[in-house]
Design a protein around this ligand. Structure first.
Ligand code: FA5
Length: 341
């Protein structure tokens, strides 16, 4: 029996030596120290032995038990230390590695174009004046020489609100009245940028929401030549000296005479495409000499003062500049498009 106990100790310690991890250590513990282990069986049955053998077997059995327990604890601690070291090694952070770059936003192409427009007009002495997106019918139409029922109101498909006299502005021209009433009788040289809204068919060249930049100059002895000079200088700086610009006679109720300003279409080089409606020209602005009635509504005496005004579309300008063949890209939020600028 004593020899068997020696063997148990020897085998158990040898097996313990080979245990590689905590999971197998638990299996070892159950096998060698568990209730059903041979060692515990022997210790349980000590009472059944002949009286003279009992003390020696009991003593030796307990020694083996204590030895296995001590060896188990030592092994357990060694394995735990090893696993911790392994974990630390695996999770080690290289603090010298550069961080992952966070994606940065870009300036929207409309904003970028607006800023270019501001810069060009700033050189010519124009200040930025901002007016509201939601307007009274009075400013959007009436004070611009379009009383209720005026047929020219049909030029702008309007978003009305639940209040009959409140609209989403269809153009930035109502800002002309706000600016004139604020500055009168001082001379004015302002640009008025902002979003405009039109209840119209969305196509390659027309959106239902887009930007406009209005321009307004009021003073004494301002003539159509000043308008032409300002527009030509703007086009030269925006598009380059080799691009062609033309003034085409037009009609707006708030200017007289009125023109439309076209640039030659860069997309088809003047040959005709769907963006320029097969004309070879793309309209970038409406313009003209401020109508005497509008000057009067702004507080200026048309016998003394005159002025010119224009309203241009930055998206149309960006399309011409960057060869973009569809305006719908601007506000459809596709980062593949927006990231290019
Ligand atoms: C006007 O809105 C006039 N208020 C412009 C004006 C101002 C004339 C001052 C005289 C004096 P028009 O509807 O043509 O005019 O628009 C002016 C410009 O806005 C156009 O030349 C075009 O560049 C841009 N635009 C007009 N409609 C749209 C649209 N649906 N989508 C994108 N750009 C547009």
């Amino acid at each position: 029996m004593l020899k068997q106990l020696d063997e148990i100790q020897e085998q158990a310690l040898a097996a313990l030596e080979a245990v590689p991890d905590l999971a197998e250590l638990e299996a070892w513990r159950i096998k060698h120290q568990g209730k059903k282990s041979t060692l515990n069986q022997i210790l349980r049955d000590v009472g059944k032995l002949p009286r003279e053998e009992r003390p020696a077997v009991g003593k030796r059995g307990n020694e083996v038990k204590v030895a296995l327990e001590a060896a188990y604890e030592a092994k357990k601690q060694a394995l735990e230390r090893g696993e911790l070291a392994e974990l630390l090694e695996k999770d080690r952070i290289d603090v010298t590695l550069p961080g992952r770059p966070a994606p940065l936003g870009r300036i929207h192409i409309s904003t970028k174009t607006l800023r270019e427009i501001y810069a060009i007009f700033a050189q010519m002495g124009f200040q930025v004046y901002t007016a509201r997106d939601v307007e009274l019918d009075l400013y959007n139409f009436e004070l611009l020489n379009m009383p209720p029922g005026h047929p020219a109101r049909d030029m702008w498909d309007t978003f009305y609100t639940t209040r009959e006299d409140v609209v989403l502005r269809t153009h930035t021209s109502p800002g002309q009245i706000h600016a004139m009433r604020e500055y009168c009788p001082e001379p004015i040289r302002v640009i008025l940028p902002g979003k405009c809204y039109r209840y119209e068919q969305v196509t390659a060249r027309s959106e239902f929401m887009f930007y406009q930049v209005e321009g307004l100059a009021v003073g004494k002895r301002i003539t159509m030549t000043d308008l032409k000079g300002v527009m030509a200088e703007f086009a030269r700086q925006m598009f380059g000296a080799d691009r062609r610009m033309r003034f085409r006679a037009s009609y707006f109720p708030f200017t007289e005479p009125s023109v439309e300003v076209d640039m030659d279409c860069i997309i088809c080089s003047g040959e005709g495409c769907r963006v320029c409606k097969y004309t070879g020209w793309l309209e970038i602005a409406g313009a003209g000499m401020v109508h005497p009635i509008v000057l009067q509504n702004g507080g200026y005496d048309p016998a003394v003062y005159s002025g010119f005004a224009f309203g241009m579309g930055p998206e149309r300008i960006a399309m011409l500049k960057h060869d973009i063949d569809d305006i719908r890209y601007f506000f459809s939020n596709d980062l593949r498009f927006l990231g290019q600028f």
